[in-house]
Design a protein around this ligand. Structure first.
Ligand SMILES: [Fe+2]
Length: 280
């Protein structure tokens, strides 16, 4: 079992704003962990008496069961003045953490799953877009993704053609850049940080960095939670439960180019926790 590559990655394990000294019991890749803070207010993650590496970034506490070879991936927009940073909270999903990310990368489901919000019939066609593995940063990128959306964001009034860029900087994290209705020169940032509890169970922690001075925090969180709850009912019914990483196990269509690149990148790095591999 080659889980070592993922053991050395950073994963989200909770919201920094919700830490307390008693600590919260959760899990990381099957290991029970306690996420809390010490008397000085610093985040602390313990597994079986061992103190794990910790970072606090993007509203969340990050940790690793192993020894991360790389620093946590950058999100430059997290330091940009004028943005609102929104901790959406947690959605527990009974699915592979890799499936949760792959679903986030998929736009073809918008009209059918997020009907009249992120998509609507008859606007079901996915136009051509670009997908690449950027070798210099070792990330999967999809760009020039365009889609008609009736209600692209809480700040959008009426339907618009939204442009998206997707980034996968870590095996269970994706960063989405999306047309920003109030500021056409900027991108709204919506992330999906996935905490692998087990190979078929995860906590999904969405986080946002938006330009939106008018929508209430409650409405922003509610909008995003509505979307993720719609995704959850799809994700919990996917078969096989683990993400197939061998070519040919699921037939890709043109709209699945990002998924193909994501799977190829996972396989290249042996990021196989939550993946299904056929006997080799
Ligand atoms: Fe979705």
């Amino acid at each position: 079992m080659t889980v070592q590559a993922m053991t050395d990655e950073w994963f989200p394990v909770g919201l920094f704003s919700q830490l307390d000294e008693a600590g919260r019991q959760t899990a990381l890749m099957g290991e029970p962990i306690t996420v809390g803070r010490d008397a000085e207010g610093n985040a602390r993650v313990i597994a079986g008496g061992r103190t794990l590496p910790v970072r606090v970034r993007y509203g969340h506490v990050w940790s690793s069961l192993g020894e991360p070879k790389k620093e946590l991936f950058p999100i430059p927009e997290a330091d940009q003045p004028g943005r609102r940073f929104v901790d959406v909270g947690v959605v527990r999903v009974r699915c592979s953490p890799l499936r949760a990310v792959e679903n986030f990368l998929d736009i073809a489901h918008f009209p059918f799953v997020h009907t009249d919000i992120l998509g609507a019939e008859p606007h079901t066609e996915v136009q051509n877009y670009k997908v690449e593995i950027r070798e210099d940063v070792d990330e999967v990128w999809a760009t020039q993704v365009k889609f008609y959306q009736p209600q692209a964001a809480k700040s959008a009034s009426g339907g618009i053609t939204t442009e998206y860029m997707y980034r996968v900087p870590a095996p269970t994290c994706s960063v989405l850049y999306k047309t920003c209705p109030p500021r056409p020169s900027e991108w709204d940032v919506i992330t999906l940080f996935v905490q692998p509890l087990a190979e078929d169970l995860c906590d999904v922690w969405p986080w946002m960095a938006l330009f939106d001075d008018t929508t209430s925090l409650t409405d922003l969180i509610h909008f995003q939670q509505t979307i993720f709850l719609q995704d959850r009912s799809i994700l919990e019914n996917q078969i096989p439960r683990l993400l197939p990483l061998d070519p040919g196990m699921e037939i890709p269509t043109r709209a699945d180019l990002t998924s193909v690149a994501y799977r190829r990148w996972l396989k290249r790095h042996n990021y196989t926790y939550g993946a299904q591999l056929v006997a080799q």
